[in-house]
Design a binder for this molecule. Structure first.
Ligand code: FAD
Length: 427
């Protein structure tokens, strides 16, 4: 049996394992190692922030689609390329695993030090944990305002600042506008004018990856929903109760959400023989890692050249296309056939801007408003792995169109931890 080991169960790794499982390749044993037991649909994280869906609806358990493969929950910490051995820390301690072909699909991480103060006072959005944290924070801020008497502090608590005007920033700002509008009635001591959302973007137009007209449409749509869109606005510092702009201006806010900046996964730092370019693993055209045998890389961690001289873009769409391509290459190599270079062009891009509206570009066609929003939802629903999961998300979305967001504030505290805080204080 040839052993194919895949590191990372995100968009790229999960799609690869699904493809390999469906290819019915004989004589192949596939193992997926990932630090979480699920794959996260990152483009839907803004919906979690906006309490439009429950967190469990934007993830899919990896074991649901690794039935023909082995799944190991663990964090890969080193690779011995000469011995073809992978070192992992698992629930049962260290694990050494041999491989014949190794696929690196471990993505990248959020960069928390891009702006001074960001690590301590900012809130990044990259993982499901980040999204749940921000969702809870929004609910907590409204509860805090209700108990606060100082008008200035109430405004600071009610001002949500989103940094970054790319896809995530626009979607988070739209989701916040929706959730604040939807839940305010549950907080009768919070006045509408005490709540505000600002979207700060260090560029002349929102969504620079899309045609200008769509960036303008997103701006208009957000502003109509009460979001203050501030273009060409760079942040120089984040503090507990304020955001400092490079212009010298100060914005009072207790909640700065940063949707900008990524850094290389720390694992890249210990992979001897791997070359990095802008934090990504340098690959050959067929997705094999330059300078190494039988090692491949796909997704956000990989720098894959395209025939037109450019590089594959770090998006979910490219990650899935790369996984499909690599499946064919691995099967070709196992048959003893030559490999082919990866060649793919983006099919389009889309973003939601809240209130059942979106912007999308599909095969040169520009869509705005409800059609773009429906297209966004249809696409991500189609990407859900099983029929059961698709149905659950569909029901949840349909529910959300008619009912207000859920304001349950989860506290992950166990009884033993509660006991540490005495309930009754002596006078
Ligand atoms: C908030 C947000 C919104 C986004 N919106 C869009 C969008 O609208 N459209 C779009 O196309 N793209 C979007 N993206 C980008 C998209 O999510 C990524 O391009 C895509 O997830 C890349 O897939 P990947 O498999 O390379 O990495 P990931 O999906 O990040 O998966 C990497 C996996 O590797 C695992 N891992 C990491 N290190 C280790 C280790 N040492 N050992 C074991 N496992 C490890 C991680 O736990 C994770 O499961 C968004 C991203 C974010 C954060």
């Amino acid at each position: 049996m040839k052993k194919i080991v895949v590191v990372g169960g995100g968009f790229a790794g999960a799609a690869l394992v699904r493809q390999l499982s469906g290819s019915h390749a004989n004589g192949v044993e596939v193992t997926l190692i990932s630090e979480d037991s699920y794959t996260t649909f990152n483009p839907m994280l803004a919906e979690v922030v906006g309490a439009a869906v429950f967190p469990e609806h934007v993830v899919a358990p990896l074991r649901e689609f690794t039935r023909d493969a082995r799944f190991v929950m663990g964090r890969v910490s080193a690779v011995d390329f000469s011995a073809r051995l992978l070192h992992t820390s698992s629930l049962q301690g260290p694990l050494a695993m041999p491989y014949d072909h190794l696929v690196l699909a471990f993505g990248n991480r959020a960069r928390c030090d891009l702006i001074p103060g960001m690590a301590d006072h900012g809130h990044v959005l990259k993982t499901l944990g980040d999204a749940i944290h921000i969702r809870n924070l929004v609910l907590r801020r409204l509860a805090q305002i209700e108990l606060e008497s100082s008008p200035d502090t109430r405004r600071t608590l009610g001002h949500f600042v989103v940094i970054g005007g790319g896809f995530s920033g626009v979607e988070v700002a739209g989701a916040l506008a929706d959730v604040l509008h939807g839940i305010r009635q549950y907080y009768p001591r919070v006045n509408a004018e005490e709540l505000a959302i600002s979207l700060l973007h260090d560029g002349a137009i929102l969504l620079p990856q899309l045609p200008e007209a769509l960036g303008l449409a997103a701006t208009t749509s957000l502003m109509q929903r009460g979001v203050a869109v501030r273009l060409n606005t760079a942040v120089s510092r984040i503090d507990a109760t304020q955001v400092q702009l490079q212009s010298g201006e100060t914005i009072h806010t207790a909640t700065a959400i940063a949707t900008i900046g990524t850094r290389a996964n720390a694992l890249t730092g210990v992979l001897d023989g791997v070359t990095l370019e802008r934090g990504r693993i340098v690959c050959r055209g067929d997705c094999s890692v330059a300078g190494l045998d039988s090692v491949w890389a796909i997704g956000d961690c990989a720098q894959i050249p395209l025939p037109d001289g450019g590089y594959a873009i770090p998006t979910a769409q490219f990650a899935v296309a790369e996984a499909k391509h690599l499946t064919r290459q691995l099967l070709a190599v196992l048959r003893g056939d030559p490999t082919q270079p990866f060649d793919y062009r983006s099919r389009g891009m889309m973003a939601t801007v809240g209130h059942h509206k979106g912007v999308a570009e599909l095969a040169g066609l520009k869509l705005t408003g409800l059609p773009a929003w429906l297209l966004w939802r249809a696409y991500y629903l189609s990407q859900m792995p099983t029929a059961g999961r698709k149905f659950r998300v569909f029901v949840e979305w349909t529910w959300g169109m008619f009912f207000r967001p859920d304001i349950t504030h989860f506290r992950f505290e166990r009884s033993v931890e509660q006991d540490k805080h005495p309930e009754v204080r002596s006078p």
